[in-house]
Design a protein. Structure first.
Length: 308
């Protein structure tokens, strides 16, 4: 899955006409690559609208996976522009996936990417999605294009989302926080890292703790026991150490029988083998549109050639 800003470079203004063909073909190349990779869904980011809603709607027809947005509406009809959510069954679990875009990700109220679009309030939309999807899913995932601070705020204000996979700010969360029972994920952009989230479900309470929390507590308990057993530890200090030991054991006991997760990050490098079919498509694109210096008004952030 992807949480947005997948298709274009960081937006700083309309693209020059002489670059549109290459930019358009690159967006198609990315979608074709994701088709081959077996992508399940992508959320819409502000930069994905760089060529306007009509281009994005047409591009979505070429994808073998849904473009999701739960809060982007057509200004004329008031109807949703994209599929609002996806329910996917895997190994007996029903997983609900929806997507939100924050209006604050746009540069100004007159940002051309917003032309013909209404952005519904993300908090209200999230509450609506939870009411609709919560009763019929085991895990609810939000593909959020709001930025890390807004993801944290949403988790504090809304109950019922197990995983918030976020984008826009590109914050590298190597140790994902759990806020109000929501695991918040985000990492660096442009395919710099691959991240893996493993969930261990023991009960149906839809809440998880980070396995690292348990590992830290176990490590602390071991250190406390060593200090208590040491003949060099003053007796006056042992009372405090014993209390800390009991508190640590109690914290570990509270984790027993609860769902847990593990999170790992791997760096992606040029030494990794490319999928031959995708590599050929990329080489064909580069032969038609050789790399050149970035044009004025655009920087090099935001777009990448995906690796399998």
């Amino acid at each position: 899955m992807d949480a947005g800003d997948l298709l274009f470079k960081k937006f700083a203004g309309p693209y020059p006409k002489d670059e549109l063909k290459g930019i358009t073909e690159k967006a198609h190349l990315i979608v074709e690559s994701l088709n081959l990779m077996g992508c399940d869904a992508i959320g819409i980011g502000d930069d994905d609208l760089s060529l306007g809603k009509e281009f994005l709607l047409d591009l979505a027809k070429k994808a073998k996976f849904p473009f999701l947005s739960s809060n982007l509406l057509d200004e004329k009809t008031g109807k949703l522009l994209f599929q609002p959510y996806l329910v996917k069954e895997m190994k007996g679990l029903k997983i609900g996936i929806f997507s939100l875009l924050s209006p604050e990700t746009f540069l100004t109220s007159s940002d051309p990417r917003k032309k013909g679009i209404i952005v519904r309030d993300p908090i209200e939309t999230a509450q609506e999605m939870i009411r609709e999807l919560g009763p019929k899913t085991d895990i609810l995932i939000l593909l959020s294009h709001q930025g890390y601070p807004k993801d944290t705020e949403l988790a504090q204000r809304v109950d019922g989302i197990q995983i918030i996979a976020g984008a826009h700010t590109g914050t590298n969360l190597t140790n994902p926080p759990v806020v109000n029972d929501s695991i918040i994920l985000q990492n660096y952009p442009k395919g710099m890292y691959a991240t893996r989230l493993d969930l261990n479900l023991i009960n149906n309470k839809k809440a998880f703790y980070n396995i690292k929390t348990k590992q830290v507590l176990e490590g602390n308990l071991g250190k406390l026991e060593l200090r208590l057993a040491s003949p060099s530890t003053p007796e006056a200090e042992k009372t405090q150490l014993q209390k800390a030991k009991e508190n640590t054991k109690q914290a570990l006991q509270q984790l027993e029988g609860k769902n847990r997760f593990a999170y790992s990050v791997s760096s992606l490098s040029d030494s990794m083998k490319d999928d031959p079919e995708i590599e050929k498509m990329v080489d064909d694109y580069k032969s038609k549109f050789p790399e050149k210096n970035e044009p004025s008004g655009h920087d090099s952030r935001g777009t990448y050639t995906p690796k399998p």
